[in-house]
Ligand binder design. Structure first.
Ligand code: PLP
Length: 438
């Protein structure tokens, strides 16, 4: 019997009383109430709405409430809502086929998980078992998920209070704007980052290293587009030392970069591919590992020592089938590439020309970041207070942003329209014009 704004109050009360939130001190949180959504928009019960340029946690690649995905979930719910992983299930097979059809030649098997972290967890396990080696190399500027090995493979601060898994070593990937290698050109950054990686491998002992786990485009770390030759160089080095490559496509895959897989743009064929998020936009949680034939063959006769109760869950699988079919028939991945090229990229460059607070614009597809700086010369990041004010002002004006450290990530759904991009650009422009100084 509550009226609509009372529903928002009730939601906030229940949340504050009983919901324990991720990555947060619990006192004083005041999360936005989201009750519904469609396409690129979300709203609360009372009808206040926001243009969602976060895609939540960069996962609603197909937008909110796509009717084809909803219908596929409904249809499967009527048929069978759950089944054990050891059974054969049509939705699961159809989902796996749609994923491998989009993967490079020689990738024909999928191990399904509940999300991205356990996808990385199992890819790491496969790499260790396949090579008989222990160490996993990953970059400091990375996020790989919040479970045992995945969080320790992560490079950012979240690794440190959780550092319990063994056999993880970190290195610096390339990022010219904040180069760790005193580089001044992309070619130099690429060459020096590769030399650094090879030195780390030699120093750790190549025969102790199972795999390099790498986000094709590091996402949460800042949408760090790899410089020319870098990923091809990583492949070359890995091959030289018999080390596998696991590409983490959890955030950058399934349309986000304007391609099915981001690595297609970088002359890299990995050995294992992890995915989640965009595969079904998170309508029902799902992730997995796409396994190359050579590695999959290891467990043709030997037992694979891993599994999950909900591996290949029928509702999640139906959502994958619905999402991937709609993304193909509606040209959604092509839309992401076009919008990035024609609308987001040029629009953000215009903002760069106008606002000194923007130090760098980078990205592709619907995967972009604005690097905000206190000083363009020194490149000093803006303070947490400034980024907090920017975030608040964007939300106030009806835009839901993705904010990480000193950056705004511009990450709408792959279905975003030119008009929605224009609306978001106008809001960013207005907010960056406010007096924001410390
Ligand atoms: N890998 C990458 C690149 C991610 O961005 C994320 C989540 O943001 C994960 C893995 C973890 O995925 P999940 O939160 O579904 O476990």
């Amino acid at each position: 019997d509550l009226d609509l704004s009372e529903l928002d109050d009730r939601t906030r009360e229940l949340d504050a009383a009983h919901v324990f939130h991720s990555w947060s001190a619990q006192a004083g949180l005041n999360p936005l109430v989201i009750a519904g959504g469609a396409g690129s928009r979300v709203w609360d019960h009372a009808g206040r709405s926001w243009l969602d340029f976060s895609s939540q946690l960069v996962n609603t690649n197909i937008g909110h409430q796509h009717p084809a995905v909803i219908a596929a979930i409904h249809e499967q719910a009527d048929l069978l809502t759950t089944v054990a992983p050891a059974t054969a299930n049509l939705a699961r097979g159809e989902a796996a086929k749609r994923i491998t059809d989009r993967a490079p030649a020689g990738f024909n098997k999928v191990f399904f998980t509940n999300g991205g972290a356990d996808a990385n967890e199992n890819a790491i396990r496969m790499a260790r078992l396949f090579t008989g080696r222990d160490k996993i190399l990953s970059t400091y500027r990375s996020y790989h998920g919040n479970t045992g090995a995945a969080v320790v493979a992560t490079g950012d601060w979240r690794r440190i209070p959780n550092e319990y898994a063994r056999g993880h070593v970190h290195f610096f990937g390339p990022w010219l704007y904040r180069s760790e290698f005193w580089a001044t050109t992309p070619e130099q950054e690429s060459e020096r980052a590769l030399r650094h990686l090879e030195r780390v491998i030699q120093s750790e002992g190549p025969s102790s290293i199972a795999a390099i786990l790498i986000e094709t485009i590091p996402g949460t770390a800042g949408v760090l587009i790899p410089p020319p030759g870098y990923l091809a160089g990583v492949r070359e080095i890995a091959d030289r030392y018999g080390i596998l490559i696991i590409t983490d496509e959890v955030m950058c895959g399934f349309g986000r970069a304007g391609r099915w897989f981001a690595f297609e743009g970088y002359d890299l064929v990995p050995d294992l591919i992890t995915f989640a998020k965009g595969v079904n936009s998170g309508y029902v949680p799902a992730g997995g590992v796409i396994i190359s034939d050579a590695i999959a063959a290891t467990w043709d006769t030997a037992v694979f020592p891993g599994g999950l109760t909900y591996s290949g869950h029928p509702l999640a699988m139906a959502a994958i089938v619905g999402a991937l079919d709609a993304m193909s028939s509606e040209g959604i991945v092509e839309n992401a590439a076009r919008v990035g090229r024609e609308a987001i990229g040029p629009g953000l460059e215009e903002l760069f020309a106008k606002h000194d607070i923007i130090g760098e614009v980078r990205g592709e597809g619907v995967f972009w970041a604005l690097e905000l700086v206190a000083d363009r010369e020194t490149r000093e990041p803006v303070s947490a207070a400034v980024i907090g004010r920017i975030k608040g002002a964007l939300v106030e004006r009806g835009l839901l942003p993705f904010v990480a450290e000193n950056r705004i990530h511009v990450v709408p759904p792959c279905t975003v329209t030119d008009d929605e991009v224009a609306e978001a650009l106008a809001t960013y422009d207005e907010v960056l014009s406010l007096p924001l100084v410390e």
